[in-house]
Design a protein around this ligand. Structure first.
Ligand code: DGL
Length: 284
């Protein structure tokens, strides 16, 4: 099937998932939607995030005839994935959730840190996930207000320096609040990055926490899951289809230059692949 795979996030965080998807499925076409006009989602109401997620899915289906949707945002998944699946039963939909179970398999100290948005950690979906694992280890959960916003702003040249300082400050504050990191008994040896934006500040976290702490994100397992779902639905790009060149098409409801800067910086993509779309995603 030649149609593109839709990928959606509040902003640029989902580009970390797009990177993994492209690596896993190099022959596929992708259309990425960043709802930058309304980012960040993490401190907004669940109803608002759900409404935006539905609007993005409808837009991607009608304008781009996507054959599958990856909700590359933990916050939007927590708020909307259930309803989204009910509304689009024929569409393969992949959501993201903080990787608590993979972290359990990796941790030796059984002390695991989780960083995510306030929306994610306050959701019923996260409460159920945590309840399913918290007998097996101690989970230190930290809502990271302001962090996704600072990461968004770090791509705008005018704000880049101030944003980098804010990122360093927030990471220091939040990791400090979570407790002691390391590999000795009682220390947090595994840290779950429960927001797709945080993947882009891994080098700063590494510097703060040292080389032994394991950082766990979800891009690769999500890419593999997407591959499996497409194969099961017989929607993979036909192997010998040379007529269709793999493409990346990136859309933003917000500032075009900042999406172009992020696409260039993290995926090495040229500015022409990015396009601005109406902030309200009207389909008229
Ligand atoms: N990247 C998103 C996530 O994975 C949301 C960040 C935000 O918009 O607050 O949760």
């Amino acid at each position: 099937m030649n149609a593109p795979i839709g990928v959606f996030d509040s902003g640029i965080g989902g580009l970390s998932v797009l990177q993994a998807l492209h690596k896993e499925l190099p022959k596929e076409r992708f259309v990425y939607m960043a709802d930058n006009a309304h980012a960040p989602y993490g401190e907004k109401s669940e109803a608002f995030v759900s409404q935006r997620t539905h609007a993005a899915a409808a837009y991607l289906l009608q304008r781009h005839q996507i054959k599958a949707l990856v909700v590359a945002c933990n916050t939007a998944t927590a708020a909307a994935i259930h309803e989204l699946r009910l509304q689009h039963p024929a569409l393969p939909i992949v959501g993201l959730e903080p990787a608590l179970k993979p972290a359990l398999a990796l941790s030796h100290t059984r002390h695991i840190g989780v960083m995510a948005t306030r929306g994610t950690v306050g959701s019923d979906k996260f409460a159920r996930l945590l309840a399913s694992v918290n007998k097996a280890a101690h989970f230190e959960v930290q809502a990271c207000n302001g962090l996704a916003l600072a990461i968004e702003q770090s791509t705008l040249t005018a704000h880049a320096v101030a944003a980098q300082e804010e990122i360093a400050h927030l990471l220091k504050t939040y990791t400090h609040a979570m407790g002691r990191f390391g590999t000795t008994p009682g220390a947090i040896d595994t840290l779950v990055l429960g927001c797709t934006h945080y993947v882009f500040v891994e080098p700063v976290l590494r510097q703060l926490l040292g080389p032994q702490v394991q950082l766990v994100s979800t891009g690769e397992p999500v890419a593999r899951q997407t591959h499996r779902l497409l194969a099961a639905a017989e929607r993979l790009m036909p192997p010998m289809n040379d007529a269709v060149t793999p493409t990346m098409h990136l859309l933003t409801t917000g500032n075009l230059q900042s999406l172009q800067a992020a696409a260039q910086r993290w995926l090495g993509l040229p500015p022409e692949v990015c396009e601005a779309v109406p902030a309200d995603l009207t389909l008229a």
